[in-house]
Design a protein around this ligand. Structure first.
Ligand code: UFG
Length: 346
């Protein structure tokens, strides 16, 4: 079966492509390389023994997208990852985020309406729940106002997909990720933040190599056992596998409703200090960090109720925190060893 993966050279996309090829799918990638490198295609080839087809296209470009789908309209399914994802940047440049994240989705849907690509897995986020009142968060937890324009693009995208499903020709599953971390066991693919990382784990691994002087811990006066915020961290390889399961569910016509949403997390929350302590323990290093002011927009605590994904998808996470941090660390070391400008780059 032939699957289109948009954003397939990105962090989660590349791991999903590996999981798809492992399961015998024929994969075509579209990516505009705005936040990834084309080398990822070769790394995927090295891991899988098969190089996926690749097209450098900007899906927000209506003409280019139409041309692509004119030539390629025989997909059994589409997994749509391609999107901007930096929360802070989205606050400064909201239109950049609305333009890119929504036009790309609309262009894909408009061009597949008449074709065969009517099975869609959408890359969503726990951010659609906003600042949830009751934990753990289930799929029925009401959407609160989005905390950032980025979060709002995910929420609006889900609404666009739901309305399109109601119009009759689309089947879709939205996967709401909690905090994906870690990297492939090979150490050949992983998260590749351009510039200074926003997220905790890449910042930790870059501090451990010496690329960053110290980690800023954004507040230790939250209402949690050690005062630092709690998140549901999930291994990117576990997350990637859920996309294959979701795709098979749509293609195999196993959906209970033509639009379904699933939370993807482990159901377990860890605090920032627990992440730091575990990283120090497994790498036998001492991390330089400083306690600083709270970061605006951070919620105190969020973790998933994963019952629906476990029971309906029959999917479960297999990897624990130590494996997440070990693989993230191996990936950072790979980057350090293979990029001569590693320490020069911002
Ligand atoms: N943190 C630090 N120092 C850092 C980076 C992060 O202390 O340098 C803390 C944050 O304050 C937070 C925790 O580490 O408490 C996790 O922060 P991340 O930035 O790694 O992840 P977030 O939970 O903030 O962000 C995630 C996703 C976003 C999504 C958001 C929804 O990465 O895509 O959840 O709230 F929008």
């Amino acid at each position: 079966m032939k699957i289109l993966v948009t954003g397939g050279t990105g962090y989660i996309g590349s791991h999903a492509v590996v999981a798809l090829i492992d399961q015998g799918f024929d994969v075509v990638i579209i990516d505009n390389l705005s936040n990834s490198k084309q080398d990822v295609i070769n790394a995927i080839g090295e891991i899988c023994g098969k190089v996926p087809a690749f097209f450098a296209i900007d899906l927000a470009d209506e003409v280019a997208t139409r041309q692509f789908f004119k030539q390629h309209n025989d997909f059994d399914g589409i997994i749509h990852f391609a999107a901007y994802k930096a929360v802070g940047e989205s606050v400064e440049k909201p239109l950049k985020y609305y333009h890119n994240n929504l036009f790309s989705l609309i262009n894909i849907l408009k061009n597949t309406e008449a074709g065969s690509g009517t099975n869609l897995v959408f890359s969503s986020s726990s951010t659609v729940y906003g600042n949830a009142d009751i934990l753990p968060v289930t799929e029925n937890t009401p959407f609160k106002p989005a905390i950032s324009p980025y979060g709002n693009t995910k929420k609006i995208a889900e609404e666009i997909i739901m309305d399109t499903v109601r119009s009759g020709w689309l089947h879709a599953i939205s996967l709401r990720y909690f905090n994906p971390i870690g990297a492939h066991d090979s150490g050949l693919i992983g998260e590749l933040p351009i510039g200074v990382p926003n997220n905790l784990v890449p910042y930790i691994t870059q501090t451990a190599t010496g690329k960053r002087d110290f980690l800023r811990v954004y507040g230790n006066d939250y209402d949690t056992p050690d005062g630092t915020p709690i998140r549901d961290y999930i291994h990117v390889v576990d997350l990637a596998k859920a996309h294959v399961v979701a795709l098979n569910r749509i293609i195999g016509k196993k959906q209970k409703e033509p639009f379904e949403a699933f939370n993807l997390g482990t159901g377990k929350g860890y605090s920032v200090m627990e992440i730091i302590d575990t990283f120090e323990k497994i790498t036998n290093t001492k991390l330089h960090y400083r306690i600083e002011e709270r970061r605006p927009g951070d919620v105190t605590k969020i973790y998933a109720d994963t019952t629906l994904a476990n029971e309906e998808l029959g999917w479960r996470t297999e990897r624990g925190l130590e494996n997440m941090l070990n693989t993230a660390w191996r990936w950072e070391q790979y980057l350090m060893e293979h990029d001569k400008d590693y320490f020069k780059k911002q």
